[in-house]
Design a protein. Sequence first.
Length: 638
Amino acid sequence: MGRKNKRGGVAAPIPSAAAAAAPASPWILGPARDMLLFIAAPLLVIAVFLPLRAWFSSRQIAILLLAFFTFGHHFPGFLRAYGDRELFSRYKWRFLIAPPALFCVAYWFNAEQLHGLLVFVSLWDIWHVLMQHYGFMRIYDSKVGAVSPVGSWMDWGLSISWYVTLIAVSPHYSYSLLSRGYQAGLPVISATALQGLRTGLLSVSALLTLAYVGYHLNEWREGRPVSWRKLLMLGIFLGATYYLYVFLDDFLVGFTVWSAFHCIQYYGIVWVYNRNRVKKNGPVAAFVRFLFRPSAGLVLFYAGLILAYGAINYFTAAVTNVGLQKLLIAFVVTSNALHYYYDGFIWKVRDKATRADLDIADAVGAPAKAKAWAGQLIRRMSPADKGWLQAVYLSCALLLLANLERERPNEPLAAAQSLAEAAPELGEPHYNLGLELWRAGRLPEAEASLERAAQLLPRSSKVFNNWGGVLYDQGRFDEAVERYRTALSLRAPMMKMPFARGSPLMPGEASSDAARPGLVYTNLGQALARLGDGDEAVDAYAKALEYEPRSAPAHAGRGLALSKVGRYDEARRAFLTALEIDPSFVSAHINLAGLLAYEGDDEQAAFHYQAALASGDERARQAAAAGLAQLQTTPGAP
């Protein structure tokens, strides 16, 4: 009942202190938006992007998502780093020195064709992803007042354990990491050791899960707050990771779709932070104050800026100048490294300013400095300026990786054998092993590996094309023709995407399954010629030239096939065209010399034999020497 005022009216009741304080929301933005942008974001991107496989190839989808999501989502973090005056003042020297330093490192690694930096960035990406997920879990716990350090450590441990376990048990992801690691000179490990690691990780994760469930059940029974939003987010995160990394047979799409939901979560939380920063009149740059006003149009403008930044990576493949492309690739790698580096210290949830701008408050009665003993010990042992410490250990790690690759590169065949044993259910490792065995001259083993690859990748034209090459080298020309024709039949028409040539962000050795049609037709023509099917060989080479009109091997092969069917004038023109394209093409010199000798032009024949003799190819030198000897003994003879 309200009290009467002096005029006889009833005044509003005086609220108590507890009633005056509005209860904090357990959501970041609200139920619907939180489910869409944060908690159920993995389900959203799976539903939107996986159906695109009906129209686009896996590689095309990957390039699209890696550019406009994975690369594009660096922009909001940079906007905060350089648009928040207080933050920039606190970390000014890191923000000024890190970009040019990392760019120089990235350019040097790329120029030296070293892979260690990509390995380092890949591992850093895993840690970065985990810390973002863990941060969201702590936000939802803090929103309901669950600030126990035990719960924090359990969230951290379980997330790391299961995510690393799923990476290890994923044949695709483990193959991707191992292949990059072997390229960088990391030691080759046995299949037995890898299986032991997987079993150990599964065991640890299972035990942690039991402890985690027991802890939260006890918290609930004791009446302490438990965030079901956090638990739902954890379940969806791990379920989506398992589906996209382990269950889905298309890792290239799975990896990039997974990256997309990580980016959507990042877009949302950065928007929330900056909006609150502007709303509370924080010390931000004028552009940030303008961009994060409450306006639907500005939300679209924000998204457009992200897409525009992502386009840098997408259009890098369109650059034909080698020097400029090296600069752009270094920029792409630098952007990734800076994103991981900056996010490691600008978004810490335990920072009071960050918590305030995310509307996170500690629970009433919670100890102000409740920290785990391990965390206290680490902080006490750390130097005051952690930036220099980070620079030192990052530099040491990169120098170690560079030295490994330069001083003790792995033997390609041993690495390929290890990868095939580590992921026997994948076709790509068997394919690469087959190529290495072929290069080593172990043709029966190469054939067996490529046959296994064809069983696992039945739609891969590159597998059948190279399988044909191994059969050709064994003199089984009819079987080689069959494989080449199969390769040509597997060229499925797909919707084209410009500049879809590749990206340094691609996982591992991700590559297209499609062999170049011009190359396959050239190989087919060669095999048909060896079978004596001259006219069919000429037709195959003509098809090759429709796809690759500047192919010296196709012109030279067509010249040989034409000479076999007596069309000497056309053959001569074909050889000359091949040499116009590539003056050092040895087989064209030798075959043209043979044709000229047959026609009685010994002088020109000797010229082309001499050109072949000057090459570094020992077999070509022997053929050229034999041709010159025949010219000297029987000049003008057919």
